[in-house]
Design a protein around this ligand. Sequence first.
Ligand code: NAD
Length: 423
Amino acid sequence: MVGVIGLGYVGLPLATAFAEAGFPVLGFDTDPSKVEALRAGRCYIRHLDAGRLAALVADGRLEPTTDLDRLGEPDALLLCVPTPLTPQREPDLSFVRSTAEAVARRLRPGQLVILESTTYPGTTEEVLRPALEAGGLAAEEDFLLAYSPEREDPGNPVHSTRSTPKVVGGMGAASRDAAVALYETIVPRVVAVSSPFLVEATTPTENIFRAVNIALVNELKLVFDRMGIDVWEVLDAAATKPFGFMRFDPGPGWGGHCIPVDPFYLSWKAREHGQTARFVELAGEVNVQMPEHVVGKVLRALNDRGKPVRGSRVLVLGLAYKKNVDDPRESPAFEVIDRLLGLGARVSYHDPFIPKAPAMRTWPELPAMESVALTAETLQGADAVVLITDHEGVDYALVAEHAPLVIDTRGVYREARANVVKA
Ligand SMILES: NC(=O)c1ccc[n+]([C@@H]2O[C@H](COP(=O)([O-])OP(=O)(O)OC[C@H]3O[C@@H](n4cnc5c(N)ncnc54)[C@H](O)[C@@H]3O)[C@@H](O)[C@H]2O)c1
């Protein structure tokens, strides 16, 4: 039996993959509303196949539970709990620690424990191992311990949990081999490396690569904007080079639970070794200033039309951090909304996948908001539409036809239009 702890964006697809591979799966989550939803056949993550999931639950192949006393039942336990940053942008391992303590109390000989959460090099050895061994059993001798982080790309139409190779590092050969054998049942390729430590360095490398490249195109956007050059036209042209160039697109900032978070796990750990991860810090500096740039564009465009931002009606189009997902975590939309509200604008939003703006840990003061319908009337009633997320299926022709002003942060409108400002 496989146990998955944390049934979120990572844990739920993983639990599904193991259930479909024929394992009985026990899915643990401390949030009773998630467990109730799954038991009732409802899926709270839009891009997952709700029908498939409901069938697995109905057949008893995937059993969701809040009962941590059952942690001793599965042969393998996969920890998929959050690893956020503190308000001071330092690693917050409280979820990993509390989960490890809960597991340690029920750990039995022979169990395989695998950490899937993204973290800094050293977590498995320095944090997880002692917490688990506090129960009296020894890693590699009595129980098995490995690290293998998820490489989930929510909404990716090509790559899923089941098609993406997994990298695995074990506390010793027995742990490594057990983890490899387990993952080989659900993914096409498992790459075993020398230690958990090495895998813990691999994931930040993958995420920093993205963070830095996103910062690079965002900075180029600022530079080209000043020079009157359309960055999207430049990227379309550059992307015709068949080698030595990989396209990244600029936007209103960065978002999601990985890219704006994980790189800082490594830079924090690097400081302990007297080293500064300058590219990480620089990527952060560039990306976090993008919402301010967007708001500046809104101010200037309204000003050009003789309108002050105070009292203007601004419709934010898209709350999710990227297109076609319902995940608003770390979305730059919230900072744009917060700043516009602070300037006295009357802000509403439309997101087809997020009917109600959830309460955000980092934006506790934002008022409760619900997605408004995207109609000719709503668009005509707005002084400005700020396009933050380029979801497919949104009628962008309707937007351009009826909105008096559109601030486009995603390059949706390639042709020049009098009422569209690229930001
Ligand atoms: N979202 C991604 O695409 C992605 C990709 C790669 C890696 N990761 C990493 O995977 C980890 C999980 O991310 P996520 O996006 O799935 O988070 P998430 O917030 O969607 O899910 C985490 C779940 O864990 C539950 N939880 C919290 N504490 C718990 C506990 N003590 N016991 C049981 N359940 C608990 C929460 O209720 C939540 O449902 C993070 O470390 C993240 O960095 C995420």
